[in-house]
Design a protein around this ligand. Structure first.
Ligand code: PLP
Length: 449
């Protein structure tokens, strides 16, 4: 029996049923993806019996790892009472209250089913409130799969254009020109260029959307000065400052926004607030959130969703967020910091041109000597990306470590010092494994452009 026989057999069946054999590209992997059988805490076992330590946590959504007993118990009780009704439920209010109490800018909240939906609702609410059509977003930022949010998500050197006025690059073939015309792209953390770009279309911009630690941009925290500059610009120009905290809400008790001097008008949430179930939410200033209020005589933004605020998700989310209290947030961030220090040591020992960025309980490994400061610096050339994939495969198959495919880790509270030590040892071995490949690419004196 080979290590992955059963997964390989399932994949052969899958390609006949699902395009490419997968329903989410995240799990697509050549020559075939692995199929999960079960998981508990920070360990996942596939159907061939391989057990791995999980540092991806379903793309940062499982803040307490897999099958946390308290979440399982609460959800099992709810399951027996029904999974969704055409009625409201009290548990929705309990989770709403919990979240509103965590962040100063959350005056009202509404639940949806995914981060994508939350960002979409946030953009539409911004348009409804300001009466303006356009949005501005950072080059390279991932905000889910809404047409407008996707623009320039994967801009590359062949299409990104001049940094002073980046192109609006379509992601999906067939994206209407009208969408591209309504999305203005700016360079993350670059105040001067960004303000200049925004000024050129000030009267058209409904909102400036920003992820305060955008993963695909490089997992680089936005500077306080950048956020303040965006905030001030939106005050001057009748626009909203809106945050995508779908991933970053884990960074502090009140999300990444807690550490900034100014607060967003609206915030999109998702991932951890669903306790492992599909979720999204839109929270923010009561005056703006009123556009969603069906009791208003003139409803500006009609909005619904069959499974929005379903009691399964609300129950799991409530327990997960109760458990992720200030102490849990602090302990997780300290553990992550320890991991980063250890991995930086492994980088020195292996003598590889590698750097780390991140915030709170997340970090990303870059194949450059100095940590990138911009999306264009963090951009992975295809030949470098190929080596990163070799490292990820080495970690997955030889060391039984699951990381996110950008070479990032999003920790869960189920991880302990033991798993952090295993991760460090595995990465040290992995860095040694790829060092000759880097030398081949860059010459003996390996340094990166
Ligand atoms: C920053 C950010 N926004 C939005 C989304 C979309 O969330 P979902 O996958 O739940 O639609 C993601 C998903 O990874 C994300 O990372």
């Amino acid at each position: 029996m080979k290590q992955n026989d059963k997964s390989e057999a399932l994949y052969q069946k899958a390609v006949g049923l699902i395009p490419g054999g997968v329903s989410r590209n995240t799990v697509f992997h050549k020559p075939f993806p692995q199929y999960a059988a079960k998981a508990s805490g920070c360990y996942v076992t596939d159907i061939d019996g391989n057990k791995r330590i999980d540092f991806a946590n379903n793309m940062a959504s499982l803040i307490h790892g897999h099958a946390h007993p308290a979440i399982v118990e609460a959800v099992t009780a709810q399951l027996k009472k029904g999974t969704a009704y055409t009625l409201a439920t009290e548990v929705e209010l309990l989770l709403a209250e919990l979240l509103i109490n965590r962040a100063e800018s959350f005056e009202k909240i509404r639940f949806v089913n995914s981060g994508t939906e939350a960002v979409m609702a946030m953009i539409k609410a911004s348009r409804a409130f300001t009466g303006k059509p356009k949005i501005a977003k950072a080059e390279g930022a991932y905000h889910g799969t809404y047409d407008f949010a996707e623009v320039s998500q994967t801009a590359n050197p062949f299409n990104w254009g001049d940094i002073s006025s980046p192109n609006s690059v379509p992601l999906a073939h067939g994206t209407p020109q009208a969408v591209l015309d309504n999305v203005i792209i700016f360079p993350f953390n670059d105040i001067k260029r960004t303000l200049h770009i925004l000024d050129t279309q000030a009267d058209q911009i409904a909102c400036v959307i920003i992820d305060p630690v955008p993963h695909r941009v490089g997992l680089l925290p936005a500077t306080k000065a950048f956020i303040k500059a965006l905030y001030d610009w939106t005050r001057r120009n009748n626009a909203l400052l809106v945050f995508d905290e779908v991933v970053t809400f884990r960074v502090n008790y009140g999300g990444a926004q807690e550490k900034y001097d100014v607060k967003p008008d609206l915030t999109a949430l998702g991932k951890i607030i669903g306790g492992g179930f599909p979720v999204g939410a839109l929270a923010g200033r009561a005056e703006v959130m009123e556009v969603l209020d069906p009791s208003q005589s003139r409803l500006l933004f009609p909005h619904s969703g069959t499974f929005s605020a379903n009691p399964m998700t609300m129950t799991a989310g409530k327990v997960a967020m109760e458990l992720f209290d200030q102490n849990a947030v602090d302990a997780l961030n300290i553990l992550t910091k320890k991991a980063i220090v250890q991995i930086e040591n492994a980088i020195r020992i292996a003598d590889v041109p590698v750097s780390i960025t991140g915030a709170g309980s997340m970090f990303r490994i870059h194949f450059r000597l100095a940590a990138p400061q911009t999306y264009r610096e963090a951009y992975q050339r295809p030949d470098v990306a190929a080596i990163i994939n070799q490292l990820l495969d080495y970690l997955f198959y030889k060391e039984n470590i699951i990381m996110i495919n950008t070479c990032a880790c999003m920790f869960s509270t189920a991880i302990t010092h033991k798993e952090v030590d295993k991760l460090t040892d595995a990465l040290l071995n992995g860095f040694r494994f790829i060092r000759p490949k880097l030398e081949e690419l860059y010459g003996q004196n390996i340094s990166f452009p």
